[in-house]
Design a protein around this ligand. Structure first.
Ligand SMILES: Cc1ncc(COP(=O)(O)O)c(C=O)c1O
Length: 315
């Protein structure tokens, strides 16, 4: 999906024209992968564009930076306001939002301490990452030959640019083998997550999703979906899953900001019933929730022209 340019990109405090948002080829993070980023979505709501769980995403950006020992030059509130301004500047009803903080031009070498930290926020239209019919048709998954990061190798809780070498290797391997997405196991052999989504599998009528300890990113959609599922009366547990659990799951879905909620039709060619009833109910409720159509989740939808704030993770 080629990127569709929009009007402006926010760079270090200023909205600059899209084509002028450039960096030098000797930018530090381009060489060593020490950057942190977020993936956020703004949705069309009855009150204009609403950015879903914006404050929580920016708080996670700050946590990712803290894990790297990187000091962001902007507070959570400043970046929330900057994101709203960027979304408003696109004039789009809905879009994908990509804030990134990176070590800039001026120093080279692995010591990041003398490096400047630059921040940019870009928005563009982006459809459902795993396809529009993911909820009903389901995607085909492959267990990857690549292992998800161990906590003492790369920090899985941090959304760092460098972490995604692992995800990209697994994604391309899965696509080349004719599948839609890869599932990553951790070094202990338990399920961690997909290359850009968290996993939920139903066993004995309960939904199980692997924890941060398994090597999964603590997904904001994972937390949203857990709240929605419990509110719908489903049992949700955070716990370890084995690959056998997936092969015999009663139903299974993956979720993330980019992919939203997508059913899984098979894992390593073992067919999983699609569409699963819990998956469909949760996916449909999620679609209403992000568009501000459900009163009890309305605080999660942050309008771009107001100063509403929300920061709650109910896991
Ligand atoms: C590796 C990985 N896991 C899980 C997720 C889902 O996280 P979220 O729901 O916060 O977008 C993402 C997307 O950011 C991801 O890149």
């Amino acid at each position: 999906m080629p990127i569709e340019p929009t009007e402006k990109i926010w760079m270090n405090g200023e909205l600059v024209p899209w084509d002028e948002a450039r960096i030098h080829v000797l930018t530090h993070t381009l060489h060593y992968g020490m950057g942190v980023f977020e993936g956020i979505r703004a949705y069309e709501t009855a009150d204009g564009p609403g950015v879903f769980r914006l404050t929580d995403h920016i708080a996670r950006l700050h946590q990712s930076a803290q894990i790297l020992g990187m000091t962001l030059p902007y507070s959570v509130d400043e970046l929330v306001d900057a994101t709203k301004a960027t979304v408003a500047a696109t004039g789009l009803a809905g879009c994908y939002v990509r804030p990134i903080a990176y070590y800039g031009y001026g120093e080279m070498g692995l010591n990041t301490q003398p490096c400047s930290v630059d921040v940019a926020i870009a928005c563009w239209p982006w459809g459902a990452y795993l396809g529009d019919d993911g909820l009903t048709k389901g995607v085909r998954m492959k267990i990857s030959s690549w292992t998800r990061h161990d906590h003492n190798t790369m920090p899985p809780a941090a959304k760092t640019t460098g972490n995604y070498v692992n995800s990209s290797l697994a994604k391309v391997e899965a696509l080349n083998a004719g599948y839609d997405e890869a599932i990553m196991l951790n070094p202990q052999g338990f399920i961690a997550e997909c290359t850009g989504e968290n996993i939920f599998a139903a066993r004995h009528g309960r939904l199980i999703t692997p924890p941060l300890a398994s090597g999964a990113l603590e997904g904001i959609t994972q937390s949203t979906v857990s709240s929605i599922a419990r509110d719908l009366g489903f049992e949700v547990e955070v716990g370890n899953l084995t690959r056998s659990d997936l092969y015999i799951a009663e139903e299974m879905f993956v979720c993330g900001t980019a992919a939203e909620v997508s059913a899984v039709a098979s894992v390593d060619d073992r067919v999983i019933p699609v569409p699963g009833p819990m998956t469909v109910a949760i996916g449909e409720e999620y679609a209403r929730c992000v568009r501000g159509q459900i009163d009890r989740y309305k605080d999660w939808v942050e309008g771009v022209s107001s100063s509403e704030r929300s920061s709650s993770d109910e896991r």
